[in-house]
Design a protein around this ligand. Structure first.
Ligand SMILES: [Zn+2]
Length: 271
């Protein structure tokens, strides 16, 4: 009987592989509890200054919800494996994270609650929004920046995007890339990312056929890029980001007449 019990213990020990992230999962829980405490506290006192008149009785509303993400930023990890990325995102010293990681075989890791703020966009701007992390979901795709994206990954991505779009009512135009919101710093998700296919499924805008179209003589390319959302601080970087997303190649020269026509058609989606 003793031998059988011993064998049973050995079998159990070897069949349950320990979670290599159990220590960092504990840190996650602890951090989430701190935020839960902040959320459950009544409004902050920090607004009060001598010039503001305080009420004799505080009143808290009964009518509220959670703030929701309104954009999805797509990245490639620029790393060599999903495991490497998960390790990066679970080391406090790196100060980087995302909400979702999609591995090459299509496996999905949901590493942060969608209502919390991931550190994925960094210094970034889209339209007048200069706090992209506060308003977006970060989706990282395991890709070293040179390989094409696997069918399994893209199928998982479509599933994630369908969920996010429906759950948070995210506008079609607000599915964009890291290079769009940080054109001077970031190249991802890169020229191999299939933006046109995404757009056909309702994630991101695309342009209509330009055949036979004539652009107005007063068409202003900078105005069009601004309307779409680009931060025009560094124009060569913006031309490069626009080309990477909508034309599938990199070049930071001024736009050609053909490219301007595409930009003009694309702008129509934003008006
Ligand atoms: Zn990125």
């Amino acid at each position: 009987m003793k031998v059988i019990s011993l064998l049973l213990i050995i079998v159990i020990l070897f069949s349950c592989s320990p979670n290599p992230y159990s220590a960092t999962n504990k840190i996650y829980k602890k951090q989430a509890r701190i935020f839960a405490k902040i959320l459950s506290s009544t409004p902050t006192d920090s607004i009060w200054a001598d010039s503001l008149k305080r009420p004799s009785h505080n009143a808290n509303t009964t009518n509220f919800g959670m703030r929701k993400p309104n954009m999805v930023i797509i990245h490639f990890t620029a790393q060599n494996s999903c495991e490497q990325t998960l390790q990066t995102f679970t080391k406090p010293a790196t100060q980087v994270s995302a909400h979702y990681v999609i591995c090459k075989d299509g496996m999905l890791q949901h590493i942060l609650n969608d209502y919390l703020r991931a550190w994925h966009a960094g210094v970034a701007k889209w339209g007048n929004n200069n706090d992209i992390n506060s308003t977006s979901i970060g989706v990282e795709i395991d890709n070293n920046g040179m390989d094409s994206f696997s069918t399994a990954q893209l199928n998982t991505l479509y599933g994630v995007l369908a969920f996010l779009k429906k759950e948070y009512n995210i506008p079609t135009a607000n599915f964009i890339g890291h290079s769009d919101v940080a054109p001077t710093r970031k190249p991802d998700p890169g020229i191999l990312f299939p933006w046109k296919s995404l757009s056909a499924k309702g994630y991101g805008n695309w342009y209509a056929d330009t055949t036979g179209k004539v652009i107005p003589v007063d068409f202003n390319t900078l105005y069009a890029l601004k309307i779409i959302g680009y931060d025009l601080k560094d124009l060569p970087a913006v031309y490069r980001a626009f080309r990477m997303h909508f034309l599938g190649y990199k070049n930071d020269a001024e736009l050609t007449e053909t490219e301007k026509k595409i930009l003009y058609m694309l702008m129509q989606q934003y008006l």
